[in-house]
Design a protein around this ligand. Structure first.
Ligand SMILES: [Zn+2]
Length: 147
């Protein structure tokens, strides 16, 4: 239920794994514990059981981000400098244009100046109009946090 939240926490640069419905509560809790993670959930029962667990109350994505940052005392920067792969949480590394040739549209290949590639799934990222939209949303969220 928190897939969008997970993706956006990754954009902000937070190491965020996502557990789908295939894992039961015990497995989710075990995994969070062994990996030293906070467990974020919308499930009241799961949230009531253990340490380092947070019940996410908001339904709206931006509200959820504000809620999580406030509760965990996080003060993220509104940029993509530290972002991780939104799809898989992999670390991004700089990639040369030559090495991403097959993975990006011709127009992007000619115009984008910087590429980053996910070290886990191989997805390629580049600055574009979508990045501006993401950064605008990030700025709006960060602006709502207490100083
Ligand atoms: Zn990835």
């Amino acid at each position: 239920m928190l897939g969008s939240l997970a993706r956006w926490l990754r954009f902000f640069g937070f190491d965020t794994e996502f557990c789908g419905p295939e894992l039961d509560d015990r497995e989710v809790r075990y995994r969070a514990g062994t990996e030293g993670r906070w467990l974020l959930t919308r499930d009241r029962e799961l949230a009531s059981k253990g340490p380092r667990t947070m019940l996410v109350r908001s339904e709206d994505l931006n509200d959820q981000l504000v809620e999580v940052f406030a509760r965990l005392s996080l003060r993220p920067a509104a940029n993509l400098a530290a972002s991780r792969c939104g799809e898989c949480n992999g670390v991004l590394e700089t990639a040369d244009t030559d090495t991403v040739r097959e993975q990006v549209p011709p127009y992007v290949r000619m115009t984008a100046e910087r590429f980053r590639r996910c070290t886990r799934c191989g997805r390629v990222y580049w600055p574009g109009t979508h990045t501006l939209k993401i950064i605008n949303t990030m700025s709006a969220v960060v602006a709502r946090l207490d100083p």
